[in-house]
Design a protein around this ligand. Structure first.
Ligand code: NOJ
Ligand code: CA
Length: 731
């Protein structure tokens, strides 16, 4: 079928799929993807509600779904009342009563080069349609532009509010009412909708099972607010029974709250659910302005989801003209895992259960003796990291304040510039630089956003003075001021402010607990990492299928500081009180450097644990962190992922593969290698009797290493243990 016929067929399907209450649409417009497979249909319902649908080769992806908003009404009398939602009269309907003004189509095709990434150049190719609508009102009509972009792999659209004077300038969003009506009871990989955290395990279930499964999956986090028994977060990865992979997400979230999706099982419809501010409102806007992009990917092969750059492409080009001269990939170690596991502490003393910033005199305190960030300990790590070719060392717990940081809900916990008495900040930086390394700064904000903003300039200045060029920040606990959320507009703006200010100081940022990224690293490549999902620090509560799902979900928006490389899975060896075992083999930990793309990769375990397995550690030393090409060899969300990547610069190939709780034999096809050349593959795989399941009596993280010659087109079968994996380096 040619594109025109497909578009007509889609239009017919669209009308047929409209429910009984949805009368025929007017002003119907269609748009096809460059390869013609995806077709978008847009129209207005009889009451003027904007409605769209998406089909792929005649198969419905999104059934007719409505678009629009509710705005806050006019403010009523505030006499004797508090400023609450009830003081505002009614809602303003901005979802019906529209009339069609026109539609314009265009095509765009560019290739751009990221400063770091999964490949050295990215094609951004789409067909676009801008639909202008007007809503007649008392005075001038209000204008809305719906901008649709169709890529071969998916749809993106956003709301644009053009400059229009008194008709619509200032408005407050009560609800965004974007719908995604699904055509079947798909299988989804989902985490609970939450205003504050993404640090959950994934559930793989039918959409109809979300409600029943919700209670089981919500476990504790230091800041958490689940808003609905059918709320889920994006990126939401689904699979239809017919084998279509649908992924709903958002891109370029700026000056706007994060959305989750609320599912209505009766109509099989997801509706956007924006994160409210402290008063319950969902966005303070001033035209001209726009919403983030809403995206629906739809492809016939799971590997195409991993290969897609939809979310990056929807962001603006790099905003830092000289970024290439100072933004760079980083392989690092850290004085960190020993605190996470409870072997040592961030704090310095037990003498001061409560401290006052700037007043407490630490020189008078008795050290508790378990402080991790001591000059001596940091030097020990630096020596090991430098000897093994690392770029940098993160040090947490270096600064005053950790005695009462957690759960205190204090405004001023840290000043980010005052080291503990046993941490020689100038001396350690000089020592690191002499070894050819840098220290990575750590700013735990304790979620006190205003305190951080107030101290940020001085904190970045200190970094510049001593030669730090990267900071890991963190947002543990409920946001202060209270009532704001990790994903509300206020905090979205805060995270962005931190990135922009950091860029002025030539500082790279890796924020933990901040909102999950939505491709902003294209514009701000100094955002070299984020956490925003359950990472290794959850130890034995990371499920075996977790890393087979993250590349489809969390990683779609940007790299994750997942902190792989744990070689000692038995926590007892770090903390005698912790009898848990991490569900992983050692070979699987190596695989993660390839499967979990990030320009910032940590070797998270302790030097003494690596010293016990220097042969396996060799892979971590060798593996690249920046790539010119990536090949997605095998992938099924929730089951397995196998990826091959070619390093930027020397062109060396690396392969990584991970499985869920099931053992598997996976065939690695080496067709990606250059034909006619001979390669030696060093294969780090699970030992025949290995088992990565931490709660199994069979647990055994053992590995074996062998070298075999391979050529392009050869296929090797590799055995993966339950919760295991493999890594290959090719020379
Ligand atoms: C949570 C972060 O994810 C973790 O990496 C960090 O060590 C602690 N917060 C302390 O800031
Ligand atoms: Ca965290």
């Amino acid at each position: 079928m040619n594109n025109k016929l497909l578009a007509i067929a889609a239009g017919i399907l669209f009308l047929a799929a409209c429910g009984p209450r949805e009368k025929a649409l007017s002003d119907v417009q269609t748009l096809s993807a460059p390869d013609g497979k995806l077709v978008l249909t847009f129209g207005l319902s009889s009451d003027g509600t904007p409605t769209y649908s998406l089909d792929r080769e005649g198969v419905p992806v999104v059934l007719p779904s409505t678009l629009g908003y509710e705005f806050r009404g006019k403010r009523g009398s505030r006499y004797f009342t508090n400023w609450e939602q009830k003081d505002f009269e009614g809602n303003v309907d901005f979802h019906s009563g529209f009339i069609f003004k026109g539609a314009e189509q265009s095509t765009f095709d560019e290739t751009w080069e990221p400063i770091w990434g999964e490949e050295s150049s990215i094609r951004n190719h789409y067909n676009e349609m801008a639909v202008t609508l007007a809503k007649p009102g008392d005075g001038a009509e209000q204008l809305l532009v719906l901008r649709f972009r169709l890529y071969d792999e998916g749809l993106a659209f956003r709301y644009e509010f053009p400059e229009q004077g008194r008709a619509l300038t200032y408005f407050v969003i009560k609800e965004e009412l974007t719908q995604f009506r699904m055509a079947g009871d798909h299988t989804a990989c989902w985490i609970p909708g939450d205003y504050d955290t993404q640090e959950y395990s994934y559930t793989v279930s039918r959409l109809s099972e979300i409600k029943a499964r919700m209670r089981d999956i919500v476990d504790y986090n230091a800041s958490q607010q689940v808003f609905s028994p059918t709320g889920v977060q994006t990126a939401l990865q689904m699979r239809t029974d017919e084998g279509l992979y649908i992924n709903i997400h958002e891109a370029a979230v700026l000056d706007y709250p994060t959305t989750s999706l609320n599912y209505d099982p009766r109509t099989r419809t997801f509706t956007t659910w924006l994160t409210p501010d402290a008063e319950g409102w969902k966005g303070r806007m001033q035209a001209p302005c726009k919403s983030p992009w809403r995206t629906v990917m739809a492809v016939d092969d799971a590997r195409k989801v991993l290969a897609s750059r939809l979310i990056l492409n929807l962001n603006e080009p790099c905003a830092i003209p000289d970024a290439a001269s100072w933004v760079h990939p980083v392989k690092y170690m850290g004085v960190w895992w020993e605190m996470i596991t409870g072997k040592t502490h961030w704090s310095y003393t037990d003498d001061f259960p409560a401290i006052r910033l700037g007043e407490t005199d630490y020189s008078k305190a008795k050290p508790h003796g378990r402080h991790g960030a001591t000059t001596e300990n940091v030097k020990r790590y630096l020596d090991f990291a430098a000897a093994n070719g690392f770029d940098a060392l993160l040090v947490e717990g270096w600064n005053e304040g950790w005695e009462d940081w957690f759960g205190c809900q204090k405004f001023d916990v840290f000043d980010f510039v005052t080291p503990y008495p046993d941490f020689d900040l100038p001396g350690l930086n000089a020592y690191a630089h002499k070894l050819g390394m840098k220290l990575i700064m750590h700013h735990e904000t304790s979620s006190s956003a205003i305190n951080y903003e107030r101290n940020m300039e001085a904190a970045y200045d200190l970094m510049n003075r001593y030669g730090y060029d990267a900071v890991k920040s963190g947002y543990v606990g409920d946001i202060l001021p209270e009532g704001e959320h990790h994903y509300s507009q206020f905090m979205i703006n805060h995270y962005h402010y931190a990135i922009v200010e950091a860029a002025k100081h030539h500082i790279m940022v890796n924020a933990h607990e901040a909102v999950r990224p939505t491709g902003l690293c294209r514009t701000w490549p100094n955002m070299i990492g984020n956490e925003s999902a359950r990472g290794t620090e959850f130890r034995s509560s990371v499920l075996p299928n977790h890393v087979t799902i993250l590349p489809f979900t969390r990683l779609q928006g940007g790299p994750m500081d997942y902190t792989p490389g744990i070689f000692e899975m038995r926590m007892e060896r770090l903390n005698p009180d912790d009898h848990s075992i991490i569900s992983s083999t050692i070979a699987r930990q190596l695989a993660l450097y390839v499967t979990m793309y990030s320009p910032l990769q940590m070797a998270a375990d302790l030097p003494e644990h690596y010293a016990e397995h220097m042969d396996a550690f060799q892979f971590i030393k060798d593996v690249a962190v920046d790539w010119q090409r990536s090949e997605y060899l095998l992938a099924e969300p929730g089951d397995y992922v196998v990826i091959a990547r070619q390093a930027k610069g020397n062109g060396q190939w690396f392969v990584g593969g991970v499985t869920d709780e099931n053992a598997r034999d996976l065939s690695v096809d080496f067709s990606f290698l250059e034909p006619g050349r001979k390669y030696i593959a060093t294969i780090y795989s699970d030992a025949p009797d290995a088992c990565g399941l931490g709660d199994s009596p069979e647990f055994n993280p053992g590995y074996e290493i062998r070298s075999v010659p391979v050529t392009s087109g050869e296929v090797l079968s590799i055995h993966l243990a339950p919760s295991g994996g493999f890594a290959i380096s090719l020379k």
